[in-house]
Design a protein around this ligand. Structure first.
Ligand SMILES: [Zn+2]
Length: 71
């Protein structure tokens, strides 16, 4: 699945610009917490590619809890 995303978590960090450090932390968190086999977040173009067994609706709700909003 591929999504266009907005991520608000980075606005709490010192960089505030969707930095690579936040990207890595976020990817680790998602892999650990959700039923996701693969995830790649591109902060620049704000895209996210992932493999999950979850339904898209279910996934979107979970992602919102992490500050990721799918468009
Ligand atoms: Zn950041």
């Amino acid at each position: 699945m591929e999504f266009a995303i907005s991520y608000y978590g980075c606005q709490k960090c010192t960089e505030r610009v969707n930095c690579d450090r936040c990207k890595e932390e976020l990817e680790e968190k998602l892999l650990r917490d959700l039923n996701i086999q693969h995830v790649d977040i591109q902060m620049g173009p704000k895209r996210m590619v992932l493999d999950s067994r979850l339904e898209a609706d279910e996934l979107e709700e979970l992602l919102e809890e992490y500050g990721i909003f799918v468009q």
